[in-house]
Design a binder for this molecule. Structure first.
Ligand code: ATP
Ligand code: MG
Length: 355
């Protein structure tokens, strides 16, 4: 126990659907582990969501970013509502926060836990425990481009991908440093055989940054082959670094084949800590099960553990991930997505006992 309590001010954005059901468990876990490690949390909640958009015409207020700026971190549930197109929640909330707060790293750990059914278990000749580092603010997801010749036979759409030396270098450096702290190997996702301008540039910068991190061994794989290896030989990976689009696809693929999308966490990081970072489960608002109290809270809880790590409390974070591993390996309490009949509250209760 510590005599002095470290305090953190956390912004909570539950969002829509099961977002509001998985954030309270994450908060219970934070308070429990915090009490043991001398970490105190205060919270400010925001109702920013697709439901707010339907009511008031915007996901968040005009001064939304200013309201978050002084927080130590942001914990987000999920946004999405039937009838509201995905681009509304993406461009109305997630992308402004990621870009406004320079959260240029999207970090997604993948583990196949003992006690979880996964198609990867049969393929994996070893522990599946790796991290996808996704470039989070530039690349293929740009607003540059447009539509020409609408409605006539020569109609076309053009979308520009923007890769900057500074933007690629900073995410590569983050990935190489992470690889140096973990298993010491890095895999870069590329497609320089088909994408002939941006991807060769990406590859050159990888080679350049590799020279600056000589203790990390690295290789590169074309995105198509890499996707297949994620399924066929996932244990070989340690840190995988990818552009915005490739990282988006790879990390969803990995989260799904690891057993349940209900477990997977994500961190949107501003590594310089000049702005708050944002932590969110990979899953969406799951309207099909919302309101029934059966959502798996582990994705939100693991995201809260990543937040603890980012805030400088790696031991507290490890307590949480150890409790998740113990819950899955040593009990048969399971939510429906993992083949059981436990409620969110029962699952959280068992986890808190293990903690
Ligand atoms: P969105 O548009 O918000 O991303 P979605 O329907 O595309 O929503 P998810 O919300 O991730 O994607 O849901 C995909 C499937 O996974 C749904 O059947 C949902 O019920 C299930 N699912 C997602 N998260 C969880 C969870 N935490 N616990 C249990 N099941 C979940
Ligand atoms: Mg979705």
């Amino acid at each position: 126990r510590h005599d002095r309590t470290t305090r953190h001010h956390i912004a909570l954005i539950p969002g829509d659907g099961i977002g509001a059901e998985v954030l309270p468990p994450a908060r219970q876990v934070l308070d429990a582990v915090g009490a043991r490690h001398g970490i105190g949390f205060s919270y400010a909640s925001y109702d920013w969501s697709c439901e707010r958009y339907l009511r008031e015409g915007a996901m968040m207020p005009d001064d939304g970013l200013d309201q978050l700026r002084d927080k130590d971190a942001i914990l987000l549930g999920a946004v999405g509502y039937p009838g509201v197109p995905d681009h509304v929640s993406l461009w109305g909330l997630l992308i402004p926060i990621r870009r406004g707060f320079r959260q240029y790293v999207n970090l997604r750990p993948i583990r196949v836990f003992e006690g979880v059914e996964s198609p990867l278990r049969a393929a994996a000749a070893g522990d599946v425990d790796f991290v996808v580092v996704r470039e989070n603010v530039e690349g293929e997801y740009s607003e540059i481009g447009g539509r020409l010749n609408r409605g006539n036979p020569e109609e076309m759409a053009v979308q520009e991908a923007v890769f900057t030396r500074a933007g690629v270098t900073r995410v590569l450096d983050f990935a190489f440093e992470l690889a140096a702290r973990r298993g010491g190997t890095l895999t870069s996702a590329t497609k320089s055989n088909g994408i002939v301008h941006t991807m060769p540039f990406w590859d050159e910068l990888v080679a350049e940054r590799a020279a600056a991190h000589p203790r990390v061994s690295w290789d590169q794989e074309h995105i198509d082959a890499l996707a297949a290896k994620f399924v066929l030989d996932p244990a070989r990976f340690d840190v995988v670094v990818a552009s915005n689009l490739f990282g988006d696809i790879l990390s969803d693929l990995a989260a799904a084949v690891a057993g349940s999308i209900g477990i997977a966490p994500a961190a949107n990081l501003n590594p310089e800590r000049a702005f708050p970072s944002m932590f969110e489960p990979v899953h969406g608002s799951a309207p099909d099960i919302a309101g029934r109290g059966i959502a798996n809270p582990l994705g939100a809880i693991w995201s809260a553990a990543m937040m603890l790590d980012h805030l400088g409390h790696p031991e507290a974070a490890k307590d949480v991930t150890d409790a998740i591993a113990a819950l899955l390996a040593k009990t048969d309490v399971r939510t429906a997505d993992l083949g059981g009949g436990a409620t969110t509250a029962e699952f959280t209760g068992t986890l808190l006992e293990l903690l």
